[in-house]
Design a protein around this ligand. Structure first.
Ligand code: PLP
Length: 452
C-alpha cells in the first residue's frame, strides 16, 4: 500500500538508480532523521545504515560540530568563489590539509562537488596536460570492466558497467576497459591469485602495445572497486600493474572517492593497496557527506604543465561555480579535524577484525558463493549453486530480494548485481557490527526460504 507521501514522491521526483516503472508501485523508503549509525523513516522505524548512505557518511548522523561549522560559515560568508583570482580561508585551509595527508607528493588541489566531476576533471587534465607537454596524441585513458567512476559524460565512459552506457551513447571515444581483478569470477580454473594478477598485468601490457603506448595517457582505478560489487584485487595486482604503467609512461589516477579517508584503515586506499598514484580523486568521506564537496589532488609536474599552458592560452578554462564552496569546505576542514582528534584510523583498525570475521563467516551460508571485503567494506555474492558458482536467473533479482528482507529487518544494504554490499559508517561500534550481521543473516535466511 503506497502512502500519500510515496505517491507524491513517485509523481514528482525522478529517482537516480531506480527502476522508474516499478518504483511507483513499491513506493520509496522515505527517511526523516538520523542519529549515529541509524536512520529513521517517516513512521519512526529505525534502520541500521549498513551503507553509510552511499559509502560516504563516515561519522554517522547528528554531529552537532559539523552543523555548527556549516552555520558559522553561512553566517560569515555563505558564498565566495575561486574564479578570476579570488579565494577564501576554508578552501585554503582544506587544500593545505589535503596536501599534508596526501599519499603522493601533492602540489595543489582542484575542488569540485562530486566524484563524477572529479573524474571528469581528471580526464580534462590528462588531455590539457598532454597538449601542454607537446604530445597531443597521448590521450587515451584505460579504465576497467566493473569500475565505477561516476555518471557525467567522461566519468560514465570510464565506468565499466553496462547500465551506465546502454542507450546513453557511451563510452566516448578514447576510453578502453581492461580486465577486472575479481579472482572468484574471472580467474581460470586452478589459477592462483598471483598467477591471475600476473595475467591481468600481461593483458594490460598487451592492450597498451596494441593501442600504441604513444596514444595511452592514463590508467584509472579505485583501490577497491566499490559500486562494481566490492572487488578486492589480489595482493600483488597493483605492483604488477604499476610496473606496466611505468614501462609505457602511463600515469595512474587513483579514484579514492570511496576508499579515501579511512575506509581501508589508512587515510588513503592507495597506501593500503600499494598503489603509487600520480593524481587522486576524492569526495564522499571528505566531508562525511554533510556537504557536497570533492577534489582532484595533483603533483608538481601537472601543476607546472597546467601553469605553462594557461599562460599560453591566457586562462585555465575549467572550474565550477561551487568549486571549493566555503560552507562545504568549512565542513570538510572540520570533518578532517574530527577524524584526527578522534583518531578514526585507530578506531577503524580496531573494529576491522570483528567486521571481517562476521562478513567472512557468511561465506558458509547456503546462498553465499563468496564473502569478500577488506577494511570496513565488503559484499556477499549470492549464487544458486556454491560448487559451480552458478548465478540465479537475473529475473529473480536475488540480491534485490535480500536487500528488501534486510530493510524489513531494519538494515540498509545495497544490491549490486547478485551481490549485497555493506559499508557502514566508520564510527560503527563492535556491538553495532554484530547487530548489522545478525540482521543481514536473518535477511539471507529469508531470501533462501523464498528462493528454494
Ligand atoms: N568514483 C567512485 C569510486 C564512486 O564510488 C563514485 C560514487 O559512488 C563516484 C566516483 C561518483 O561520485 P558522485 O556520485 O559523487 O558523482
Amino acid at each position: 500500500m503506497v502512502t500519500n507521501l510515496q505517491a507524491r514522491d513517485a509523481a514528482t521526483v525522478l529517482h537516480p538508480y531506480s527502476n522508474l516503472a516499478t518504483l511507483p508501485r513499491q513506493g520509496s523508503l522515505i527517511l526523516e532523521r538520523g542519529e549515529g549509525v541509524f536512520v529513521y523513516d517517516v513512521d519512526g522505524k529505525p534502520y541500521l545504515e549498513g551503507m553509510a548512505g552511499l559509502w560516504c557518511n563516515a561519522l554517522g548522523h547528528g554531529r552537532e560540530e559539523l552543523v555548527e561549522a556549516a552555520a558559522e560559515q553561512m553566517r560569515k560568508l555563505p558564498f565566495a568563489h575561486l574564479f578570476t583570482g579570488k579565494s577564501h580561508d576554508p578552501a585554503i585551509a582544506l587544500a593545505e590539509k589535503l596536501k599534508e595527508l596526501s599519499p603522493m607528493k601533492a602540489a595543489k588541489v582542484f575542488f569540485c562537488n562530486s566524484g563524477s566531476e572529479a573524474n571528469d576533471t581528471q580526464v580534462k587534465l590528462v588531455w590539457y596536460v598532454n597538449n601542454a607537454l607537446g604530445r597531443p596524441q597521448k590521450k587515451k585513458i584505460i579504465s576497467r570492466i566493473k569500475a565505477y567512476h561516476g555518471v557525467t559524460v567522461a566519468s560514465a565512459s570510464l565506468t565499466g558497467l553496462p547500465n551506465n552506457h546502454i542507450d546513453f551513447d557511451l563510452p566516448i571515444p578514447g576510453v578502453r576497459h581492461a580486465g577486472c581483478p575479481h579472482h572468484y569470477r574471472f580467474a581460470e580454473a586452478g589459477e592462483s591469485e598471483e598467477a591471475f594478477a600476473t595475467r591481468l598485468a600481461a593483458e594490460l601490457d598487451a592492450l597498451i602495445e596494441a593501442e600504441g603506448p604513444e596514444t595511452v595517457a592514463a590508467f584509472i582505478a579505485e583501490p577497491v572497486m566499490g559500486a562494481g560489487g566490492v572487488i578486492v584485487p589480489p595482493e600483488t595486482y597493483y605492483p604488477k600493474i604499476q610496473a606496466v604503467l611505468e614501462k609505457h609512461d602511463v600515469m595512474l589516477i587513483a579514484d579514492e572517492v570511496i576508499c579515501g579517508f579511512g575506509r581501508l584503515g589508512e587515510w588513503f586506499g592507495s597506501t593500503a593497496l600499494k598503489m603509487k598514484p600520480d593524481t587522486i580523486s576524492i569526495a564522499k568521506q571528505l566531508s562525511s557527506a554533510y556537504a557536497p564537496i570533492a577534489g582532484v589532488i595533483i603533483p608538481d609536474w601537472i601543476d607546472e604543465a597546467l601553469t605553462r599552458q594557461s599562460e599560453k592560452i591566457g586562462v585555465f578554462g575549467h572550474g565550477f561555480t561551487y568549486s571549493g564552496h566555503p560552507v562545504a569546505a568549512a565542513v570538510a576542514v572540520r570533518t578532517l579535524e574530527i577524524y584526527e582528534r578522534e583518531n578514526i584510523l585507530a578506531h577503524v583498525n580496531g573494529i576491522i577484525p570483528a567486521f571481517q570475521a562476521r562478513l567472512k563467516a557468511l561465506g558458509d551460508h547456503p546462498l553465499v558463493g563468496e564473502a569478500r571485503g577488506t577494511g570496513l567494506v565488503g559484499a556477499v555474492e549470492l549464487v544458486a549453486d556454491k560448487t559451480t558458482k552458478r548465478s540465479f536467473d537475473a529475473k529473480r533479482a536475488i540480491a534485490a530480494k535480500a536487500v528488501g528482507f534486510a530493510q524489513d529487518e531494519g538494515l540498509i544494504v545495497r544490491a549490486i548485481g547478485d551481490a549485497v554490499s555493506v559499508c557502514p559508517p566508520l564510527v560503527i561500534t563492535a556491538a553495532e557490527i554484530d547487530l548489522l550481521f545478525d540482521r543481514l543473516t536473518a535477511a539471507l535466511d529469508r531470501t533462501e526460504a523464498w528462493a528454494t
